[in-house]
Design a protein around this ligand. Sequence first.
Ligand code: PPY
Length: 290
Amino acid sequence: MKIGFLGPKATFTDIAVRGLFPGGTAIPFPTIPACFDALAEEAIDLAVVPIENALEGSVNITLDYLIHEAMFPIVGEVTAPIRQHLMVHPANVNEWNEIKSVYSHSHAIAQCHKFLHSSLKGAQLVNTTSTAAAAKHIQDHPHEKAAAIANLLAAEEYGLEIVKNDIHDFSHNHTRFIVISKTAETLQTEKKEFKGHKTSVMVTLPDDRAGALHQVLSAFAWRKLNLSKIESRPMKTGLGNYFFIIDIDMQEDEVLIPGVTAELEALGCKVNILGSYPSFQLGKDSLTVS
Ligand SMILES: O=C(O)C(=O)Cc1ccccc1
């Protein structure tokens, strides 16, 4: 099984892939859109990309690609703990507090804002395509007075020294990753940490109808369907035009989900099922280097 992921080696997405598919062939891609393209071209069987972080919210590029570019079915999700560390090239360990720039993924930088503000005030913050890409940049530029924010695995992989552990501002830091496929297949995984099933739907409301969102939510509520997330995103057709992505805590069935879909369509909504899939949770041990 070929699994494409947001690389290079030792990103948090790589950790999610190693946890969920220990026997799979993991293939890194430099960006999230490149993972979608590889899936479209059938160079890989599955792709794993980040979709939501507990501190920073949605990964918009993933949502946008899923909705606007290629509506690949979601066939699984995995949540992993996130610990961010500050690391430098071994040549710069003693002068690490003279750092002039900090490289990382925008979500990782956002997760560490308080630390950066208090301990590295004035350092230039540089966005990279992933945390591991930042670590690789530091490895390749030993003469730059720079650091990366990345995980333990990346420090090992790119020969960097951690100078400050756990610099994320809140301790409950987790990221949710989705597994997408070209077809809505059942996920084959050896992983034991199964949390339950989810179904994700995209709902577009009818134009200018008072109380439409209330009616949508009540279609779920009276059926006692538990929602774990509701998120609005722009339709990109004009200011004020939004659709909703709603996660339901149950597997697609033959009664309740078709019932809710029919009720929403009768209200004038457009409904797309994005996937019905198992959800997994990795433990703290996923962040250790073996
Ligand atoms: O950059 C990475 O390592 C990723 O996998 C994306 C990401 C970035 C920050 C937190 C979680 C995931």
